[in-house]
Design a protein around this ligand. Structure first.
Ligand SMILES: Cc1cc2nc3c(=O)[nH]c(=O)nc-3n(C[C@H](O)[C@H](O)[C@H](O)COP(=O)(O)OP(=O)(O)OC[C@H]3O[C@@H](n4cnc5c(N)ncnc54)[C@H](O)[C@@H]3O)c2cc1C
Length: 417
């Protein structure tokens, strides 16, 4: 490493949150460096991340403002409608509408979203590929493979030691290394949360019927089952199951997995061919007790890991990127120390409330919907039909999901920093 190289911000973790932050900081003239044990090339392998993410339209605007919108557009499937159904048995296959049905339609908020869809569905590997190319083109240094091993947070800056013994110093470090954040631990920030004892089984299927941009969410007793439309008439399935059953599904032979899938959802899906490997992700709630510490900001899953029930995890991380990038940019322009407590507190204040409310909301949702208790079924059924009958309530839900409510940072409004 060049001895004279002194970045402004050391970002641990070149995942989607870390790489997006690096691009935002570079756009505003700051000098970030990214560190990751997995080089970009390996992140693009079909076996690395099989997920697709529902990206709120405000979060997608941020990527446009950072110059990656064009690379992502061919892979972005607009979500025109979301249908939520309370399915009691593995009767998601039932073609007839089930009693409690909630429908969100992009046309209803067209005036407020400037005609954008409810959001976009994108495969994570396509997002990673576009970000990797943009990071490279912007000349942002990436130390990979390299792992942050420890950190000392001093008065004037942070000193990071990598697992190969190299050290780096900067006024600020950002922990974007996911749920197992080393920087969070080094700063003594605890986490609260619990294991749902569930896993999300993820597979990509090619459909024989046109999906027409409709996303379906079925609430089954074992947990939600989502059918998320992808480009090229494919869909990403997120099938929540108890941990043991999820492990069995993941390791099942392809024909056995296919048979299970069709037995459960066949009539609804039509003929569906599984493409690529089946993945399984353990599900838990994990919230950092604080978003910042002296000379440290936490971002993305390092700060908040939530259940994917409403596809909000990465969106929360991307909102955090916009808020942190704006706080640091404005501070740098005013000649403030970007790692000082007063600057970091602006970021924490901006994100604290939204993160806590959304995480608690997702958790309540999981308990309410992954349950076959007749009383809870009555409550959720009543709730869904009330929301469905009140257009302003539906519009509020859609705007919240679109990430366009509240005091929005410039990037989420689609503006440059
Ligand atoms: C089944 C499922 C479906 C989901 N669907 C959605 C959805 O539809 N919409 C949505 O918004 N969210 C969704 N999520 C959540 C979303 O996937 C995560 O919130 C998101 O991937 C987190 O990104 P990140 O960049 O914060 O962390 P990560 O993706 O965990 O990246 C962390 C990076 O840090 C690196 N790293 C690890 N240790 C170190 C170290 N010591 N030093 C340096 N680097 C390190 C890792 O290699 C990795 O590249 C889903 C999650 C699951 C499980």
């Amino acid at each position: 490493m060049d001895k004279t190289f002194e970045p402004d911000v050391i970002i641990a973790g070149a995942g989607i949150a870390g790489a997006t932050l690096a691009l935002a900081l570079r756009q505003s003239g700051l000098e970030p460096v990214l560190i990751d044990p997995a080089p970009f090339d390996s992140q693009l392998a079909p076996t690395f991340d099989g997920r697709a993410s529902a990206i709120a339209y405000a979060a997608f605007r941020q990527w446009r403002a950072l110059g990656v919108g064009e690379a992502l557009a061919p892979h972005a499937q607009p979500i025109e409608q979301i249908l939520v159904t309370d399915g009691r048995t593995p009767g998601a296959a039932t073609p007839a509408p089930l009693p409690f049905h909630l429908r969100f339609d992009s046309a209803e908020i067209a005036d407020r979203s400037e005609g954008e869809p409810l959001g976009y569905l994108l495969e994570n590997r396509q997002i990673r590929a576009a970000l990797a190319r943009a990071v490279e083109a912007a000349g942002i240094p990436v130390l990979a493979p390299a792992r942050v091993a420890s950190a000392v947070f001093g008065k004037g800056g942070t000193e990071i030691t990598l697992d190969d013994g190299r050290t780096l110093r900067a006024p600020l470090a950002v922990g974007a290394e996911g749920r197992g954040s080393v920087l969070r631990k080094a700063a003594g920030i605890g986490v609260v949360g619990w294991d749902y004892r569930q896993a999300g089984v993820v597979a990509t299927v090619r459909l024989d019927r046109p999906h027409e941009g409709v996303a379906h969410e079925y609430f089954l007793p074992s947990g939600p089952f989502a059918i998320l439309p992808l480009t090229d008439n494919r869909a990403s399935l997120v099938w929540t199951e108890g941990s043991a059953r999820a492990a069995a599904l993941k390791s099942a032979r392809p024909e056995v997995f296919h048979a299970h899938l069709m037995r459960r959802f066949g009539a609804f899906l039509g003929e569906a061919r599984v493409e690529g490997p089946v993945f399984s992700y353990p599900l838990s709630l994990q919230l950092a007790e604080r978003l910042t510490a002296p000379r440290l900001a936490l971002l993305g899953d390092a700060a908040h890991g939530v259940h994917p029930i409403a596809g909000q995890g990465l969106n929360l991380g991307l909102k955090g990127v916009a808020a942190l990038a704006e706080a640091l940019t404005d501070a740098a322009r005013l000649g403030e120390d970007i790692g000082s407590e007063v600057v970091l507190e602006r970021y924490a204040r901006w994100r604290r409330f939204d993160t806590a409310v959304l995480s608690a909301g997702m958790d309540a949702f999981v308990h309410l919907f992954s349950n076959d208790n007749p009383l809870l079924r009555l409550v959720r059924g009543a709730g869904m039909s009330v929301v469905n009958r009140i257009p302003p309530a539906r519009r509020m839900f859609m705007q919240q999901a679109g990430g366009a409510l509240g005091d929005l940072p410039r990037l989420l409004r689609g503006e440059a920093l």
